[in-house]
Design a protein around this ligand. Structure first.
Ligand SMILES: Nc1ncnc2c1ncn2[C@@H]1O[C@H](COP(=O)(O)OP(=O)(O)O)[C@@H](O)[C@H]1O
Ligand SMILES: CSC[C@H]1O[C@H](OP(=O)(O)O)[C@H](O)[C@@H]1O
Length: 400
Protein backbone atom coordinates (compact mmCIF):
# COMPACT_ATOMS: atom_id res chain seq x y z
CA UNK A 1 0.00 0.00 0.00
CA UNK A 2 1.41 3.44 -0.94
CA UNK A 3 2.23 5.72 1.96
CA UNK A 4 0.47 9.06 1.69
CA UNK A 5 2.60 12.00 0.56
CA UNK A 6 1.52 14.69 3.01
CA UNK A 7 0.13 17.87 1.53
CA UNK A 8 1.58 20.98 3.24
CA UNK A 9 -1.85 22.14 4.37
CA UNK A 10 -3.47 18.85 5.32
CA UNK A 11 -4.30 18.25 8.92
CA UNK A 12 -7.08 16.21 10.52
CA UNK A 13 -10.02 18.37 11.57
CA UNK A 14 -11.18 18.67 15.16
CA UNK A 15 -14.83 19.37 16.02
CA UNK A 16 -13.99 23.05 16.50
CA UNK A 17 -12.06 23.04 13.23
CA UNK A 18 -15.09 21.60 11.44
CA UNK A 19 -17.28 24.40 12.85
CA UNK A 20 -14.74 27.03 11.76
CA UNK A 21 -14.64 25.54 8.28
CA UNK A 22 -18.44 25.49 7.94
CA UNK A 23 -18.50 29.17 8.92
CA UNK A 24 -15.57 30.15 6.69
CA UNK A 25 -17.25 28.53 3.70
CA UNK A 26 -20.55 30.20 4.68
CA UNK A 27 -22.32 26.85 4.54
CA UNK A 28 -23.84 27.68 7.93
CA UNK A 29 -24.28 31.18 9.42
CA UNK A 30 -21.12 32.76 10.86
CA UNK A 31 -22.95 34.42 13.75
CA UNK A 32 -24.66 31.29 15.13
CA UNK A 33 -23.61 28.94 17.95
CA UNK A 34 -22.93 25.88 15.81
CA UNK A 35 -22.50 22.45 17.42
CA UNK A 36 -20.44 19.60 16.06
CA UNK A 37 -20.03 15.88 16.73
CA UNK A 38 -17.68 13.40 15.11
CA UNK A 39 -20.07 10.55 14.21
CA UNK A 40 -17.89 8.34 12.00
CA UNK A 41 -18.48 4.65 12.69
CA UNK A 42 -16.89 3.33 9.49
CA UNK A 43 -13.48 1.72 9.13
CA UNK A 44 -11.64 4.54 7.45
CA UNK A 45 -12.62 8.19 7.87
CA UNK A 46 -13.69 11.04 10.13
CA UNK A 47 -17.30 12.21 9.74
CA UNK A 48 -18.38 15.48 11.41
CA UNK A 49 -21.98 16.59 11.75
CA UNK A 50 -22.20 20.36 12.13
CA UNK A 51 -25.55 21.79 13.16
CA UNK A 52 -27.14 25.16 13.73
CA UNK A 53 -29.37 24.34 16.74
CA UNK A 54 -31.43 27.48 16.12
CA UNK A 55 -33.10 26.03 13.03
CA UNK A 56 -31.80 22.43 12.81
CA UNK A 57 -29.88 23.16 9.59
CA UNK A 58 -26.88 20.83 9.30
CA UNK A 59 -24.12 19.54 7.06
CA UNK A 60 -21.74 16.59 7.00
CA UNK A 61 -17.99 17.08 6.66
CA UNK A 62 -16.24 13.83 5.81
CA UNK A 63 -12.46 13.80 5.97
CA UNK A 64 -10.02 11.08 4.99
CA UNK A 65 -7.18 10.31 7.40
CA UNK A 66 -3.74 9.41 6.03
CA UNK A 67 -4.22 5.91 7.43
CA UNK A 68 -7.02 3.34 7.90
CA UNK A 69 -8.85 4.39 11.08
CA UNK A 70 -9.78 0.81 12.01
CA UNK A 71 -6.13 -0.26 12.20
CA UNK A 72 -4.29 2.99 12.97
CA UNK A 73 -1.22 4.78 11.68
CA UNK A 74 0.54 1.49 10.99
CA UNK A 75 -1.72 1.14 7.92
CA UNK A 76 -1.00 4.24 5.78
CA UNK A 77 -3.66 4.97 3.21
CA UNK A 78 -3.89 7.53 0.45
CA UNK A 79 -5.92 10.71 0.98
CA UNK A 80 -6.81 10.49 -2.71
CA UNK A 81 -9.82 8.39 -1.70
CA UNK A 82 -11.54 11.64 -0.80
CA UNK A 83 -11.19 12.93 -4.38
CA UNK A 84 -12.52 9.59 -5.64
CA UNK A 85 -15.51 9.74 -3.28
CA UNK A 86 -16.42 13.31 -4.24
CA UNK A 87 -16.12 12.60 -7.96
CA UNK A 88 -18.06 9.35 -7.72
CA UNK A 89 -20.92 11.08 -5.86
CA UNK A 90 -20.99 13.79 -8.52
CA UNK A 91 -20.92 11.28 -11.38
CA UNK A 92 -23.66 9.13 -9.82
CA UNK A 93 -25.76 12.26 -9.30
CA UNK A 94 -25.79 12.76 -13.08
CA UNK A 95 -27.87 9.58 -13.40
CA UNK A 96 -29.65 9.13 -10.07
CA UNK A 97 -29.59 12.39 -8.05
CA UNK A 98 -32.47 11.03 -5.94
CA UNK A 99 -30.27 8.26 -4.50
CA UNK A 100 -27.08 10.10 -3.48
CA UNK A 101 -26.31 12.89 -1.00
CA UNK A 102 -25.80 16.36 -2.51
CA UNK A 103 -22.17 17.48 -2.48
CA UNK A 104 -21.79 21.10 -1.34
CA UNK A 105 -18.03 21.49 -1.40
CA UNK A 106 -14.82 19.50 -1.60
CA UNK A 107 -11.13 20.16 -1.06
CA UNK A 108 -8.55 17.66 -2.26
CA UNK A 109 -5.70 19.07 -0.12
CA UNK A 110 -7.75 18.80 3.05
CA UNK A 111 -9.24 15.50 1.79
CA UNK A 112 -12.76 16.62 2.63
CA UNK A 113 -16.17 16.19 1.09
CA UNK A 114 -18.95 18.36 2.49
CA UNK A 115 -22.38 16.96 1.81
CA UNK A 116 -26.04 16.80 2.66
CA UNK A 117 -26.84 15.54 6.15
CA UNK A 118 -28.92 12.37 5.91
CA UNK A 119 -29.44 11.91 9.64
CA UNK A 120 -33.22 11.79 9.17
CA UNK A 121 -32.60 8.35 7.60
CA UNK A 122 -31.14 5.23 9.20
CA UNK A 123 -28.24 3.08 8.05
CA UNK A 124 -29.93 0.04 6.43
CA UNK A 125 -27.81 -2.49 8.31
CA UNK A 126 -28.94 -1.06 11.66
CA UNK A 127 -32.55 -0.78 10.47
CA UNK A 128 -32.62 -4.43 9.36
CA UNK A 129 -30.97 -5.56 12.60
CA UNK A 130 -33.71 -3.81 14.55
CA UNK A 131 -36.31 -5.67 12.47
CA UNK A 132 -37.43 -2.93 10.07
CA UNK A 133 -38.51 -3.84 6.52
CA UNK A 134 -37.40 -0.79 4.46
CA UNK A 135 -40.03 -1.70 1.83
CA UNK A 136 -38.65 0.40 -1.06
CA UNK A 137 -34.97 -0.26 -0.50
CA UNK A 138 -34.52 -2.90 -3.20
CA UNK A 139 -36.59 -1.01 -5.77
CA UNK A 140 -34.28 1.98 -5.26
CA UNK A 141 -31.03 0.03 -5.04
CA UNK A 142 -31.91 -1.94 -8.20
CA UNK A 143 -32.47 1.32 -10.08
CA UNK A 144 -29.32 2.90 -8.62
CA UNK A 145 -27.26 -0.09 -9.75
CA UNK A 146 -28.78 -0.29 -13.23
CA UNK A 147 -28.44 3.41 -14.05
CA UNK A 148 -25.04 4.16 -12.50
CA UNK A 149 -23.54 1.02 -14.00
CA UNK A 150 -25.16 1.10 -17.46
CA UNK A 151 -24.49 4.79 -18.11
CA UNK A 152 -20.81 4.53 -17.09
CA UNK A 153 -20.17 1.40 -19.17
CA UNK A 154 -19.12 0.99 -22.79
CA UNK A 155 -22.72 -0.04 -23.49
CA UNK A 156 -24.14 3.37 -22.50
CA UNK A 157 -21.32 5.92 -22.35
CA UNK A 158 -19.26 7.44 -25.14
CA UNK A 159 -16.34 5.03 -25.26
CA UNK A 160 -13.68 7.71 -25.67
CA UNK A 161 -15.02 9.65 -22.69
CA UNK A 162 -15.29 6.46 -20.67
CA UNK A 163 -11.56 5.88 -21.11
CA UNK A 164 -10.84 9.32 -19.66
CA UNK A 165 -13.03 8.45 -16.67
CA UNK A 166 -11.24 5.13 -16.20
CA UNK A 167 -8.07 7.22 -15.79
CA UNK A 168 -9.73 9.64 -13.38
CA UNK A 169 -10.98 6.79 -11.21
CA UNK A 170 -7.76 4.81 -10.96
CA UNK A 171 -7.93 3.86 -7.27
CA UNK A 172 -5.03 1.49 -6.58
CA UNK A 173 -4.86 1.69 -2.77
CA UNK A 174 -8.53 1.11 -2.15
CA UNK A 175 -8.67 -1.63 -4.80
CA UNK A 176 -5.71 -3.27 -3.06
CA UNK A 177 -7.73 -3.36 0.18
CA UNK A 178 -10.50 -5.24 -1.64
CA UNK A 179 -8.04 -7.51 -3.43
CA UNK A 180 -6.42 -8.42 -0.11
CA UNK A 181 -9.36 -8.44 2.29
CA UNK A 182 -11.96 -10.03 0.02
CA UNK A 183 -10.06 -12.18 -2.46
CA UNK A 184 -6.81 -13.15 -0.77
CA UNK A 185 -6.34 -13.04 3.00
CA UNK A 186 -9.39 -15.10 4.07
CA UNK A 187 -8.24 -17.95 1.82
CA UNK A 188 -4.78 -18.14 3.43
CA UNK A 189 -3.40 -18.17 6.95
CA UNK A 190 -2.97 -14.40 6.99
CA UNK A 191 -2.47 -12.14 10.00
CA UNK A 192 -5.39 -9.86 9.07
CA UNK A 193 -7.90 -12.69 9.52
CA UNK A 194 -10.12 -12.46 12.57
CA UNK A 195 -12.42 -15.32 13.62
CA UNK A 196 -13.62 -17.18 16.67
CA UNK A 197 -11.44 -20.15 17.79
CA UNK A 198 -14.45 -22.47 17.33
CA UNK A 199 -14.23 -21.80 13.55
CA UNK A 200 -10.62 -23.01 13.27
CA UNK A 201 -11.52 -26.32 11.55
CA UNK A 202 -13.89 -24.61 9.11
CA UNK A 203 -11.28 -21.98 8.29
CA UNK A 204 -8.54 -24.55 7.73
CA UNK A 205 -10.86 -26.42 5.36
CA UNK A 206 -11.15 -23.23 3.32
CA UNK A 207 -7.37 -22.74 3.25
CA UNK A 208 -6.94 -26.30 1.94
CA UNK A 209 -9.79 -26.16 -0.57
CA UNK A 210 -8.01 -25.75 -3.89
CA UNK A 211 -11.21 -26.19 -5.90
CA UNK A 212 -12.63 -23.15 -4.08
CA UNK A 213 -9.37 -21.17 -4.32
CA UNK A 214 -9.18 -21.67 -8.09
CA UNK A 215 -12.65 -20.14 -8.48
CA UNK A 216 -11.72 -17.26 -6.14
CA UNK A 217 -8.60 -16.69 -8.24
CA UNK A 218 -10.81 -16.39 -11.35
CA UNK A 219 -13.14 -13.91 -9.63
CA UNK A 220 -10.15 -11.89 -8.41
CA UNK A 221 -8.75 -11.86 -11.94
CA UNK A 222 -12.03 -10.42 -13.22
CA UNK A 223 -11.98 -7.79 -10.45
CA UNK A 224 -8.40 -6.87 -11.41
CA UNK A 225 -8.95 -6.63 -15.15
CA UNK A 226 -12.58 -6.03 -16.21
CA UNK A 227 -13.11 -2.25 -16.45
CA UNK A 228 -16.80 -2.64 -17.28
CA UNK A 229 -18.40 0.30 -15.42
CA UNK A 230 -17.83 2.81 -12.62
CA UNK A 231 -18.59 0.75 -9.52
CA UNK A 232 -19.57 2.04 -6.11
CA UNK A 233 -17.04 -0.52 -4.93
CA UNK A 234 -18.25 -1.07 -1.34
CA UNK A 235 -22.01 -1.36 -1.59
CA UNK A 236 -22.87 -3.06 1.68
CA UNK A 237 -25.91 -2.21 3.82
CA UNK A 238 -23.70 0.07 5.96
CA UNK A 239 -23.36 2.28 2.85
CA UNK A 240 -27.13 2.67 2.44
CA UNK A 241 -29.26 5.20 4.31
CA UNK A 242 -33.01 4.53 4.14
CA UNK A 243 -36.45 4.82 5.64
CA UNK A 244 -39.90 3.74 4.44
CA UNK A 245 -39.86 6.14 1.47
CA UNK A 246 -36.33 7.20 0.72
CA UNK A 247 -32.95 5.59 -0.03
CA UNK A 248 -29.52 7.24 -0.31
CA UNK A 249 -26.26 5.51 -1.13
CA UNK A 250 -23.14 6.92 0.51
CA UNK A 251 -19.43 6.22 0.80
CA UNK A 252 -18.21 5.44 -2.75
CA UNK A 253 -14.52 5.89 -1.89
CA UNK A 254 -13.77 2.41 -3.32
CA UNK A 255 -15.14 3.49 -6.73
CA UNK A 256 -13.20 2.33 -9.79
CA UNK A 257 -13.98 0.82 -13.17
CA UNK A 258 -14.64 -2.84 -12.47
CA UNK A 259 -17.07 -5.70 -13.12
CA UNK A 260 -20.74 -4.77 -12.68
CA UNK A 261 -21.41 -8.03 -10.86
CA UNK A 262 -19.20 -6.91 -7.97
CA UNK A 263 -21.62 -4.19 -6.81
CA UNK A 264 -24.64 -6.45 -7.34
CA UNK A 265 -23.00 -9.32 -5.45
CA UNK A 266 -22.14 -7.13 -2.45
CA UNK A 267 -25.79 -6.12 -2.17
CA UNK A 268 -26.95 -9.76 -2.35
CA UNK A 269 -24.44 -10.87 0.30
CA UNK A 270 -25.26 -8.12 2.76
CA UNK A 271 -28.98 -8.85 2.50
CA UNK A 272 -28.16 -12.52 3.12
CA UNK A 273 -26.23 -11.61 6.30
CA UNK A 274 -29.32 -10.10 7.76
CA UNK A 275 -31.51 -13.03 6.67
CA UNK A 276 -29.05 -15.37 8.37
CA UNK A 277 -29.23 -13.39 11.59
CA UNK A 278 -33.05 -13.71 11.80
CA UNK A 279 -35.48 -16.38 12.86
CA UNK A 280 -36.69 -18.38 9.84
CA UNK A 281 -40.18 -16.83 9.89
CA UNK A 282 -38.71 -13.31 9.64
CA UNK A 283 -36.38 -13.89 6.70
CA UNK A 284 -38.90 -13.44 3.88
CA UNK A 285 -38.42 -9.67 3.48
CA UNK A 286 -34.68 -10.11 2.86
CA UNK A 287 -35.30 -12.62 0.07
CA UNK A 288 -37.88 -10.25 -1.33
CA UNK A 289 -35.18 -7.54 -1.37
CA UNK A 290 -32.67 -9.83 -3.11
CA UNK A 291 -35.23 -10.78 -5.78
CA UNK A 292 -36.45 -7.22 -6.27
CA UNK A 293 -32.92 -5.80 -6.47
CA UNK A 294 -32.17 -8.19 -9.32
CA UNK A 295 -35.55 -7.86 -11.07
CA UNK A 296 -35.44 -4.05 -10.99
CA UNK A 297 -31.81 -4.07 -12.05
CA UNK A 298 -32.67 -6.23 -15.09
CA UNK A 299 -35.71 -4.13 -15.99
CA UNK A 300 -33.93 -0.76 -15.72
CA UNK A 301 -30.69 -1.97 -17.30
CA UNK A 302 -32.65 -3.46 -20.24
CA UNK A 303 -34.68 -0.28 -20.72
CA UNK A 304 -31.51 1.82 -20.71
CA UNK A 305 -29.89 -0.65 -23.12
CA UNK A 306 -32.82 -0.45 -25.56
CA UNK A 307 -33.26 3.34 -25.36
CA UNK A 308 -29.73 4.62 -24.84
CA UNK A 309 -27.33 1.90 -25.99
CA UNK A 310 -24.33 3.54 -27.71
CA UNK A 311 -22.29 0.44 -28.49
CA UNK A 312 -23.34 -0.75 -31.96
CA UNK A 313 -23.82 -4.36 -30.85
CA UNK A 314 -26.48 -3.34 -28.31
CA UNK A 315 -28.88 -3.78 -31.26
CA UNK A 316 -27.89 -7.39 -31.76
CA UNK A 317 -30.29 -10.08 -30.55
CA UNK A 318 -28.83 -12.09 -27.73
CA UNK A 319 -26.13 -9.60 -26.62
CA UNK A 320 -28.12 -8.13 -23.73
CA UNK A 321 -28.99 -11.63 -22.48
CA UNK A 322 -25.32 -12.60 -22.63
CA UNK A 323 -24.26 -9.49 -20.66
CA UNK A 324 -26.94 -10.00 -18.00
CA UNK A 325 -25.99 -13.66 -17.65
CA UNK A 326 -22.32 -12.72 -17.09
CA UNK A 327 -23.30 -10.06 -14.54
CA UNK A 328 -25.48 -12.51 -12.61
CA UNK A 329 -22.85 -15.25 -12.60
CA UNK A 330 -20.18 -12.85 -11.38
CA UNK A 331 -22.56 -11.35 -8.79
CA UNK A 332 -23.18 -14.81 -7.34
CA UNK A 333 -19.44 -15.46 -7.09
CA UNK A 334 -18.71 -12.06 -5.54
CA UNK A 335 -21.54 -12.53 -3.05
CA UNK A 336 -19.87 -15.77 -1.99
CA UNK A 337 -16.52 -14.00 -1.47
CA UNK A 338 -18.20 -11.29 0.63
CA UNK A 339 -19.93 -13.93 2.78
CA UNK A 340 -16.63 -15.61 3.54
CA UNK A 341 -14.57 -12.48 4.19
CA UNK A 342 -17.10 -10.91 6.55
CA UNK A 343 -17.12 -14.11 8.66
CA UNK A 344 -13.38 -14.75 9.01
CA UNK A 345 -11.54 -11.75 7.54
CA UNK A 346 -10.58 -8.38 9.01
CA UNK A 347 -13.85 -6.48 8.57
CA UNK A 348 -16.94 -8.03 10.11
CA UNK A 349 -20.64 -7.14 9.99
CA UNK A 350 -22.84 -6.42 12.99
CA UNK A 351 -25.62 -8.67 11.60
CA UNK A 352 -23.44 -11.71 12.37
CA UNK A 353 -21.38 -10.42 15.28
CA UNK A 354 -24.41 -9.48 17.37
CA UNK A 355 -26.08 -12.90 17.12
CA UNK A 356 -26.79 -14.39 20.55
CA UNK A 357 -26.21 -16.76 22.18
CA UNK A 358 -22.57 -17.31 21.22
CA UNK A 359 -23.13 -20.91 20.01
CA UNK A 360 -25.76 -19.68 17.57
CA UNK A 361 -23.34 -17.10 16.22
CA UNK A 362 -20.77 -19.83 15.57
CA UNK A 363 -23.30 -22.12 13.85
CA UNK A 364 -24.54 -19.20 11.74
CA UNK A 365 -21.01 -18.31 10.66
CA UNK A 366 -20.45 -21.97 9.71
CA UNK A 367 -23.56 -21.78 7.54
CA UNK A 368 -22.34 -18.50 6.01
CA UNK A 369 -19.00 -20.10 5.11
CA UNK A 370 -20.74 -23.05 3.47
CA UNK A 371 -23.16 -20.87 1.49
CA UNK A 372 -20.24 -18.66 0.45
CA UNK A 373 -18.34 -21.66 -0.88
CA UNK A 374 -21.35 -23.03 -2.77
CA UNK A 375 -22.09 -19.67 -4.38
CA UNK A 376 -18.50 -19.34 -5.58
CA UNK A 377 -18.05 -22.88 -6.85
CA UNK A 378 -21.53 -23.30 -8.38
CA UNK A 379 -22.01 -19.78 -9.73
CA UNK A 380 -22.38 -21.04 -13.32
CA UNK A 381 -25.36 -23.23 -12.44
CA UNK A 382 -27.18 -20.71 -10.25
CA UNK A 383 -29.35 -18.92 -12.78
CA UNK A 384 -31.88 -16.98 -10.72
CA UNK A 385 -32.45 -15.48 -7.28
CA UNK A 386 -34.87 -18.29 -6.33
CA UNK A 387 -31.90 -20.67 -6.42
CA UNK A 388 -30.07 -18.48 -3.89
CA UNK A 389 -32.94 -18.98 -1.49
CA UNK A 390 -32.99 -22.76 -2.13
CA UNK A 391 -29.25 -22.99 -1.50
CA UNK A 392 -29.67 -20.92 1.67
CA UNK A 393 -32.41 -23.23 3.00
CA UNK A 394 -30.59 -26.46 2.11
CA UNK A 395 -27.31 -25.31 3.66
CA UNK A 396 -28.96 -24.06 6.83
CA UNK A 397 -30.65 -27.47 7.26
CA UNK A 398 -27.45 -29.42 6.55
CA UNK A 399 -25.47 -27.60 9.27
CA UNK A 400 -28.16 -27.61 11.97
N1 LIG B 1 -24.25 12.21 4.54
C1 LIG B 1 -24.35 11.73 5.76
N2 LIG B 1 -25.36 12.12 6.59
C2 LIG B 1 -25.46 11.64 7.85
N3 LIG B 1 -24.59 10.78 8.38
C3 LIG B 1 -23.56 10.35 7.63
C4 LIG B 1 -23.39 10.81 6.28
N4 LIG B 1 -22.29 10.21 5.78
C5 LIG B 1 -21.81 9.42 6.76
N5 LIG B 1 -22.56 9.51 7.86
C6 LIG B 1 -22.37 8.78 9.14
O1 LIG B 1 -21.01 8.45 9.28
C7 LIG B 1 -20.86 7.02 9.28
C8 LIG B 1 -19.60 6.64 8.54
O2 LIG B 1 -19.70 7.12 7.21
P1 LIG B 1 -19.03 6.36 6.00
O3 LIG B 1 -19.14 7.21 4.80
O4 LIG B 1 -19.58 4.97 5.91
O5 LIG B 1 -17.51 6.32 6.52
P2 LIG B 1 -16.30 5.34 6.19
O6 LIG B 1 -15.81 5.76 4.84
O7 LIG B 1 -15.32 5.58 7.28
O8 LIG B 1 -16.86 3.93 6.18
C9 LIG B 1 -22.13 6.47 8.66
O9 LIG B 1 -22.39 5.15 9.14
C10 LIG B 1 -23.15 7.47 9.14
O10 LIG B 1 -23.52 7.18 10.46
C1 LIG C 1 -9.52 -1.59 6.33
S1 LIG C 1 -10.95 -1.27 5.47
C2 LIG C 1 -11.98 -2.68 5.74
C3 LIG C 1 -13.27 -2.59 5.05
O1 LIG C 1 -13.91 -1.37 5.41
C4 LIG C 1 -14.60 -0.83 4.31
O2 LIG C 1 -15.91 -0.62 4.64
P1 LIG C 1 -16.49 0.65 5.42
O3 LIG C 1 -15.42 1.66 5.55
O4 LIG C 1 -17.60 1.11 4.55
O5 LIG C 1 -16.98 0.10 6.71
C5 LIG C 1 -14.46 -1.86 3.18
O6 LIG C 1 -15.55 -2.75 3.15
C6 LIG C 1 -13.18 -2.54 3.54
O7 LIG C 1 -13.04 -3.83 2.97
Amino acid sequence: MCAHKKSPIYEPLTENGAIALAKKLQLLPENSQLTCNEIGDGNLNLVFRVENPENGESIIIKQALPYAKVVGESWPLTLDRSRIETNALLKQAEFVPQYVPKVFYSDESLAITIMEDLSHLEIARAAFISGKDLPLLSQHVGEFLAKTLFYTSDYGMDQHYKKSLVQQFINPDLCKITEDLIFTDPFFNHETNDYEPELQDDVEQIWQDNELKLEVAKLKQIFLTKAEALLHGDLHTGSIFADEQETKIIDPEFAYFGPIGFDVGQVFANLLFNALSRETNKQQILFHHIETTWDVFVKEFSTAWENDGLEIYTNLDGYLDYVLEQIFEEAIGYAGCELIRRSIGLAHVADLDTIEPYEKKITTKQIVLKIGRELIVNRKTIKNTQQIRELFNQTALSVI
